[in-house]
Design a protein around this ligand. Sequence first.
Ligand SMILES: C[S@@+](CC[C@H](N)C(=O)[O-])C[C@H]1O[C@@H](n2cnc3c(N)ncnc32)[C@H](O)[C@@H]1O
Ligand SMILES: Nc1nc2[nH]cc(C(=O)O)c2c(=O)[nH]1
Ligand code: SF4
Ligand SMILES: [Mg+2]
Length: 193
Amino acid sequence: MEAFYTIQGEGYNTGRAAYFIRLGGCDVGCHWCDVKESWDAAAHPLTPVDTIVAQALKHPGQAVVITGGEPLIYNLDLLTQTLQNAGILTFLETSGAYPLSGSWDWICVSPKKFKKPLPQVLEKAGELKVIIFNKSDFEWAEEHAAQVGPQTRLYLQPEWSKAPEMMPSIVDYVKNNPKWQVSLQTHKYLNIP
Ligand SMILES: C[S@@+](CC[C@H](N)C(=O)[O-])C[C@H]1O[C@@H](n2cnc3c(N)ncnc32)[C@H](O)[C@@H]1O
Ligand SMILES: Nc1nc2[nH]cc(C(=O)O)c2c(=O)[nH]1
Ligand code: SF4
Ligand SMILES: [Mg+2]
């Protein structure tokens, strides 16, 4: 759908320069999704892997973030292996709703109520990043924390439009349950893509 060089704004790798590759197509249907224009795969022409990788290599960043849409609706083996062979770190942003493919240096799973994550993806998560839209999402977060390994980093990220309202509860929750950390969409405060 699009590719751009920016700073990873969210989660474990926040603050790192990265080339973002946003793949079109998603049927998970989050009502608060901040890239609804990505949902219709047919609206975004296919791009050859070699073209994507050549564009990525024009930037000095050491990492690529593959996001969407839901990137795991595609088999990502060739794209990620080609990037890694070129010396680029591969980071994934996924809902976990589709089977895992690809070769990854970091996997972020952000589970969704609308199409639940697969256990095989949760198992491989470097980080679990749960979006907090309302108070019931804390319980939802704990249900998923129970399904990841002890090494998985745990993040609570406010849904953007609800951030002013939900932030006090998130702060209290993290202070009382310190296995969790706060993740903010810092790129939106920085006014960068
Ligand atoms: C747009 S999604 C694309 C990747 C994948 N479909 C997923 O949901 O993980 C990238 C990240 O943005 C988060 N996100 C999407 N809309 C958001 C919003 N309105 N507020 C906060 N985070 C949001 C998702 O939960 C996910 O972690
Ligand atoms: N800067 C920046 N960081 C991000 N982290 C995850 C994003 C995404 O949409 O997947 C995103 C994004 O869209 N921009
Ligand atoms: S899974 Fe990701 S891309 Fe799909 S609707 Fe939800 S937030 Fe948007
Ligand atoms: Mg985004």
